[in-house]
Design a protein around this ligand. Structure first.
Ligand SMILES: *Cc1c(COP(=O)(O)O)cnc(C)c1O
Length: 478
């Protein structure tokens, strides 16, 4: 399987193998990588896969996209990544070896638990695999990498827990000082591994993000110090996420001719992009329901056909903070498919986006085609979130986090008779305890391994939002 850029400038971005795009970010022409075609899943495969444990299912799907890692090595990587021990933080009574257990709230309405990994957010599902893939490929090549990232919470901790202890990877993670919840701070800063460096920047998330961009734009520094990234445009992360759509579909159906709807709390369009790819592979997904919070760029697009990224200053700070985005970095992948995989059209549309503008598909053939991709959407507000958390707790005795609540709220608006709805549960409530207390007047449930983590010693360097200072810090440690 070869990979191509959504912007398709063949001279700048010739097609590439999986391992060659694994460690990089954007294609050299500024586009995102996608497989040159989507492998299809046959009815016979679906029938066989239904009974497989998660790691074996993951291997089957990975093999369709990865042909430059020997099958036996890929199997070792999948087996090591998806273990009951790593995903043990599930609800009482659930089977951790399911990896992503299904919780049925009422007949035909389910939660797919994706947040039972080490950092209690769905980002572990992909990041854990990425950690093992990085280590494997770097080992083969005798190379190492220094990952630089900025986080407002979930991404940074997932990356650190995936990379901790890996001898050929160091992580430099910038976070805004004092802006994350005490639980999120404790998760990241209490790591004592020698290859993990936490840097708290005096400023906001965007200041941290700007430093990462400035360092990445310094090509000489980037090459000399082997700076890499693990952001949500990484193809391997999207690929890893395809697996749980299959797993969720099997769990919600009994026969292979049954359709399912998935509802996905969305930010950068990474998670739901994997659902789109599962559907393109032939998984019977009738509907992909996209849920946003007050940052509703994507809801606006699916309702109106207009994509209007906001300026960073217009981004709302909400109680589902991992969905607080101004533009959706993976969205270009979907638009590439929507416009019939014509890179010239993508280049034209993103020339507008990259210049700070918007685009409007009304009056183009693509507007009508949108319906064929199964997407519908909705948005949720702080008041909706509180009401939904309360309602699900009171009626079902199940505590959900703020992002999942956005999903449940929007999913309820899009239920169709006879069509099972699976809402992706993207985090556990303990990560966002302030809003849980506001909704329920009680503390969130806390998986027992996390008792008292706020009291552990923390390891973090506090710094001004100064690119040169961050560079000096890196140089002194690589
Ligand atoms: C990252 C994140 C999201 C958004 O996922 P995307 O892939 O960016 O759409 C939603 N919920 C939680 C809890 C997250 O951490």
């Amino acid at each position: 399987m070869r990979y191509i850029s959504t912007r398709g400038a063949r001279a700048a971005s010739p097609s590439a193998a999986f391992c060659d795009i694994l460690l990089g970010g954007l294609a050299p022409d500024g586009g995102l990588y996608l497989p040159e075609s989507y492998p299809r899943v046959t009815p016979a495969e679906l029938a066989e896969w239904r009974e497989l444990p998660y790691h074996a299912l993951a291997l089957r799907i990975l093999q369709k996209f990865v042909d430059d890692i020997p099958a036996c090595d890929l199997k070792t990587l999948a087996d090591r990544t998806y273990t009951a021990a790593t995903y043990r933080h599930c609800r009482p009574g659930r089977d951790a070896s399911d990896i992503t257990p299904l919780t049925t709230l009422e007949p035909g309405f389910h939660l797919l638990e994706l947040s039972n990994g080490p950092t209690l957010a769905f980002k572990d599902m992909a990041m854990q695999l990425l950690g093992n893939l990085f280590e494997y490929v770097l080992d083969k090549r005798g190379e190492n990498i220094n990952i630089l990232g900025a986080t407002s919470g979930d991404t940074g901790s997932a990356a650190e827990y995936a990379m901790r202890g890996k001898h050929n990877v160091k992580v430099f993670m910038l976070s805004p000082e004092g802006r994350m919840s005490p639980f999120q701070r404790a998760q990241m800063y209490s790591l004592q591994d020698e290859n993990i460096f936490n840097i708290a920047v005096r400023g906001m998330f965007d200041d941290a993000q700007d430093i990462v961009k400035a360092v990445s734009n310094d090509a000489a520094f980037k090459a000399k110090y082997r700076i890499g990234a693990v952001n949500s445009i990484n193809w391997a992360r999207v690929l890893a996420q395809v697996v749980y759509y299959f797993k969720g579909w099997f769990a919600a159906t009994t026969r292979n001719d049954e359709q399912v709807a998935f509802c996905v709390p969305s930010g950068n369009f990474g998670n739901i992009c994997a659902g789109h790819i599962a559907r393109m592979m032939g998984l019977p997904i009738a509907r992909l329901v996209l849920a946003t919070n007050e940052n509703d760029v994507l809801d606006e697009f699916f309702r109106t056909g207009v994509y209007r990224p906001r300026r960073t200053a217009e981004t709302h700070v909400t109680s589902s903070p991992s969905m607080d985005i101004s533009k959706a970095s993976n969205f270009e992948r979907f638009v590439f498919d929507l416009v019939g995989r014509d890179p010239a059209v993508v280049r034209e549309l993103w020339a507008k986006v990259d210049a700070g503008g918007s685009f409007d598909l009304n009056g183009t053939p693509y507007r009508e085609r949108m319906a064929g991709f199964g997407f519908v959407s909705g948005r949720s507000t702080h008041a909706d979130r509180l009401a939904t958390i309360r309602d699900v707790w009171e009626r079902h005795g199940t505590m959900i986090d703020t992002h999942t609540a956005d999903g449940v709220k929007v999913a309820r608006e899009h239920r169709e008779p006879g069509l099972p709805m699976v809402v992706l549960e993207t985090a556990q409530p303990v990560k966002f305890s302030e809003t849980i207390r506001e909704a329920l007047g009680r503390d969130p449930v806390r998986p027992k391994d996390f008792d008292g983590i706020e009291d552990l010693p923390q390891r973090v360097e506090v710094m001004d939002a100064d690119t040169e200072a961050v560079k000096r810090f890196i140089v002194a440690r690589v």
